[in-house]
Design a protein around this ligand. Sequence first.
Ligand code: FE
Length: 357
Amino acid sequence: MSVSDIDLVNAWKQVLSLSKMQPGQTVTILTGADTHPQTLRCAITAASDMGARLNRLDLPPVNAEKSLSRDSLAYLGVTPLTGNNAAIAALKESDLVLDLMTLLFSPEQHDILKTGTKILLAIEPPEVLCRLVPTEADRLRVQAAAKRISAAKQMRITSAAGTDLLCQLGEFPAISEYGFVDEPGRWDHWPSGFVLTWPNEGQSQGRIILDRGDILLPMKDYVSEPIELLVKDGFVTSIQGGLQADLLKEYMASYEDPQAYAVSHIGWGLQPRAHWSMLAHYNKETHIGMDARAFEGNFLWSMGPNNEAGGSRTTACHIDIPMRNCSVAIDAEYTVIDGVVQDDFGLAQASRRKKFL
Ligand code: FE
């Protein structure tokens, strides 16, 4: 179902209000070849109506020889901003950048954020943006979860399918992704609703069993038969299974980078308006899979860089893997049990679901 311009304008206004955009502030909309025209049109209308001084910066794609798919998260590092000092200067001078292009994981993004500029990424289709327009309640829930990670020494993830992964924590911060940018220098992504951190360098050990229905991104595939990944000293050292395991191995090998196999961010989904089942409804090239990353009670882990958190690892390859039915323990306390978030909101959702089944 499509959404009307007025609904998307109102969604933008909610996001801009939550992001504390003030009349007279400079808002720069960063666009690229894949920017959705309705998202752009409605962002311009909303920000203009709220009194922003508005710029649009359109940058052509780069790196054509490296392109493996149209997914904007499938190749990280070099962006159209790399070495583009004029464009970087314009973004640094802006109060707020609406990134409809995808700067994620680029060093330029860090430089811009350091000046106090806020950056909000928004590249999902308009109807996903409208359904997952963030709220203040999203922020409170995600930040409460981040607080539980902040003081923790370890995260242990288990599942009936056979996953048992132990990650030591403390070197990297807990990151709250709730979908708006209410602090100077903050980056966020609309839509979101999850919490994450990175394990200490070289300190993840165990076994991950991807079960039927778990999700591989950026492939945007549901796992149809189990895949076993062994983790030793922070790196995935073995990937075994059927066809999907072979496809994953070949895809990762194509980057020719051992750093691609490092365990990257780990965390869990807290967004009840995001749905595990949504991936099945979309053409793969029309979205990046944020429903999968955010649905409530997932365990979302990844392989790839940790420079986003202040670590030194950069790699162009990044695999996000949202899993169902996992239990996540922070030190001795469960935050997710069998895919149900152990906070008041998650437990209420779980009991409501039972009545429908
Ligand atoms: Fe990721």
